[in-house]
Design a protein around this ligand. Structure first.
Ligand code: XMP
Length: 515
């Protein structure tokens, strides 16, 4: 275990991921956690993340310097590097000179930390203060034009640090530096593999669920699929998977999901709820209202499925109903949670469930990042259409029809969307693009000409975006010839569409979906 101490900057998650890429398990803890508590978890190493620009700033977060003398290896990055220097009697100069962005660094003495690195390379910096003198016992390894001490180590005590951010992609050889620390200075063993994750989780779930039964709502996306696959490995057909087809999926999607999932899951309950959802959406135009209606109908459908699975539990029965969810580590960190299990009480009595039926969550992906989930999915042998599926919103095409959702409009959008996706795949761009919604402006009409005749059809918008986490996104610069094929084919093949437009808005200010 490696603990990444979060000093409030946005880097801690990235560092934790990079540590895992070095095949060492990591978790993030807040800097307010007492040192004794950190050490009680018996970490093999502790990494101090970047943070505010100055250790001298008012209210700047700190750490008890006793951390550095407990025999546990510690690595400081940027702000963490300065805290280590300051905590051990070095000097941090409040010079006012700043270094931001790409900076050449000069390696004077590679030591263990910078072994095999080029004497000169570029790293990514973001700091105001600088370490002007390393603490006693440390070897200075590198410098930059304005920072005399840019990296140091004391291998005997297991301490090291760099002024730059080795975790960011723009720092050359950053991963190598991190691995030198983890493997060569801290002596971490490389045991974090996808196989281990699966085995550990299967064990833990067997323990948690015992002889009980669980239910999982599959959305078609990778998270719920991988979570369910792990649980199935643990409890077999005592897991029931429920997939709700709300009638707003893309062309061929439900069939694809069904055949993919039936090949993987023993008990799959595919609920055809199109009439129910589309009926409830009649006359609904407002985006928030649409989402509410869809959410409500989804809960109703799922409750009915719960009754089918758990219905034979007598009220007052001690049995617990287990609910599998694909919660990921970033969700856990962002909601301020750490270790521990959540437990929700079912408060919906609708559908005749016993009042006191408790739902206990099973979350096998709670410690994982998205890219790890995909690797676990591959490890479990899930089909790549499932593992590499681009994100698709729960409300489906319903929030990509601007205006009322009707069957006719869904059919139009489905055809246009299928063409766009087909051309994207043909161009080999599926993994470069985060996702590419196609949006039907159902209440807008525009004049066109086709053959000899005037047309009066609907425009569609294509919205290809690139993103790392959907929090921010940029519009994707698709090659013109791909755009051309999409446009020509949609206007030729989808009778009701006579215009194709491209959305060139980043997020922010736009969102990825139009509603
Ligand atoms: P926005 O439109 O907010 O979308 O930029 C960010 C990401 O989330 C997806 N999305 C949803 N996913 N249920 C989901 O499961 C939803 O209601 C929902 N709304 C948006 C969207 O496709 C994008 O990947």
């Amino acid at each position: 275990l490696v603990l990444v101490v979060d000093f409030g900057a946005q880097y801690a998650q990235l560092i934790a991921r990079r540590v895992r890429e070095a095949r060492v398990y990591s978790e993030i803890v807040p800097h307010t956690m007492p040192v004794a508590e950190m050490l009680a978890r018996e970490p093999k190493a502790i990494i101090l993340s970047g943070g505010p620009s100055s250790v001298y700033a008012d209210g700047a977060p700190s750490i008890d310097p006793s951390l550095f003398t407990q025999g546990t290896a510690v690595f400081g990055m940027c702000y963490g590097f300065q805290l280590m220097a300051q905590g051990l009697g070095g000097t941090v100069a409040h010079t006012g000179a700043r270094e931001y962005g790409r900076t050449p660094v000069e390696v004077s003495e590679p030591g263990t930390l910078l072994a095999d690195l080029p004497a000169q390379h570029n790293v990514w910096m973001s700091h105001g203060d600088s370490v002007s003198q390393a603490p006693d016992g440390f070897t200075v390894l590198a410098s930059t034009a304005t920072t005399p001490v840019a990296a140091f180590e004391d291998v005997d005590r297991g301490l090291a640090g760099v002024q730059w951010h080795p975790e960011v992609l723009h720092s050359e050889h950053g991963q190598q530096v991190l691995e030198h620390f983890l493997h060569d200075i801290a002596g971490c063993r490389q045991t974090w593999t996808m196989l281990n994750i699966v085995e550990e989780q299967v064990e833990a779930i067997r323990e948690q669920i015992g002889e009980g039964r669980a239910i999982c709502a599959l959305s078609g996306g990778v998270d719920s699929a991988v979570a369910a696959a792990i649980v199935q490995r643990a409890i077999g057909d005592r897991l029931t998977c429920v997939y709700v087809d709300h009638g707003m999926m893309r062309l061929g999607e439900t069939e694809q999901v069904r055949s993919d999932f039936e090949a993987v899951f023993d008990t799959l309950d595919v609920v055809d709820a199109a009439d129910q959802f589309l009926g409830a959406l009649e006359g609904v135009v407002d985006p928030e209202e649409k989402r509410k209606v869809i959410g409500r109908e989804f809960i109703r459908t799922f409750e009915a499925a719960e009754v089918r699975v758990f219905g034979d539990l007598d009220s007052g029965a001690q049995a617990t109903a287990y609910l599998v969810q694909g919660t990921l580590y970033p969700d856990v960190v962002e909601s301020g949670g750490g270790a521990g299990t959540s437990n929700i009480k079912s408060h919906h009595n609708v559908g005749g469930l016993p009042d006191d039926l408790a739902f206990e969550l099973v979350e096998p992906l709670r410690t994982l990042f998205k890219d790890e989930v995909r690797l676990v999915g591959e490890q479990l042998g899930l089909p790549s259409t499932m593992v590499w599926r681009q994100p698709f919103p729960g409300p489906g095409l319903g929030i990509r029809i601007i205006g009322e959702v009707t069957r006719e409009r869904l059919d139009i959008l489905r055809q246009a969307d299928a063409i766009a996706r087909e051309e994207l795949t043909r161009a080999g761009l599926d993994r470069d693009i985060w996702q590419m919604p196609v949006v039907l402006l159902a209440d807008v009409r525009s004049v066109g000409v086709q053959g000899d005749g005037r047309t009066y059809g609907h425009p569609v918008v294509i919205r290809p975006v690139t993103s790392e986490d959907a929090m921010t996104a940029d519009w994707a610069r698709l090659p013109y010839d791909v755009l051309e094929r999409i446009s020509t084919r949609i206007t030729n093949e989808v009778a009701e569409v006579n215009r194709v437009t491209l959305d060139v808005t980043s997020k922010p200010p736009g969102t990825i979906e139009w509603e």
